[in-house]
Design a protein around this ligand. Structure first.
Ligand SMILES: Cc1cc2nc3c(=O)[nH]c(=O)nc-3n(C[C@H](O)[C@H](O)[C@H](O)COP(=O)(O)O)c2cc1C
Length: 195
């Protein structure tokens, strides 16, 4: 089986965002593994309008051209790592909009989350897992939380995330779970297609 393709989706689109830093950090760790083929997908490169279709593309084809291209991009991958901040205890609107813009393309695929914020994005991460269930994804049990003093040191004081080795065991566990679920679901989707 070819290596599963994983999108690392940067969930924050602000000009002055922190989000690129954890995205690049998790990319470097995931890219060093031999069981995942990773690519950064930056929502900033996808100028999706606020969702204004007659229905989810589960039920009606999307008319918006960027939305159509976005769905094709989502379809390229076997699994996803969402890198998300916490905005008022949930995920950013831009990320929710991008999630809403696609449906079958997310289905039966694995999803992991890297969260950051004062409490490691814990509430946003939990919310994202619930959204992922509705999109028929399999969210991993383990996530990565960049929180408290680590978050403020990396965000405000420019510390490199590689200076926090205590995060690494959790990163490994999350990526191991993602690799397992991604491979299992890829096999199952291929069996469905062959049937
Ligand atoms: C609209 C908004 C709401 C926020 N709400 C929370 C929050 O609920 N919990 C939290 O820990 N941080 C919160 N923050 C602070 C963010 O953790 C911090 O600004 C972080 O840098 C945002 O990620 P970004 O820079 O990648 O956009 C909020 C920031 C913004 C802009």
């Amino acid at each position: 089986m070819s290596k599963p393709k994983i999108a690392i989706i940067i969930g924050s689109t602000r000009d002055s965002r922190f989000g690129e830093k954890p995205a690049k950090w998790i990319y470097e760790i995931a890219a060093a593994r031999d069981d995942l083929d990773v690519e950064i997908v930056d929502l900033k490169d996808w100028p999706l309008p606020f969702f204004n279709e007659v229905a989810s593309n589960a039920w009606a084809p999307t008319q918006n051209e960027v939305g159509q291209r976005w769905q094709k991009k989502v379809a390229e991958f076997d699994g996803y790592i969402f890198v998300t901040p916490e905005y008022n205890r949930s995920i950013p609107a831009a990320l929710k909009n991008a999630l809403d813009f696609s449906y079958p393309e997310w289905n039966k695929k694995a999803a992991a989350v890297v969260g950051y914020g004062s409490v490691g994005g814990a509430r946003a991460v939990e919310h994202l897992r619930t959204i992922a269930i509705e999109l028929q994804m399999a969210p991993t049990r383990s996530g990565v939380h960049i929180q408290g003093a680590d978050f403020f040191a990396a965000w405000q004081q420019g510390k490199d995330l590689r200076e926090f080795p205590h995060l690494e065991p959790n990163v490994k566990t999350m990526l191991d779970e993602l690799a397992w679920w991604t491979a299992a679901l890829k096999t199952a989707r291929e069996a469905d297609r062959a049937a």
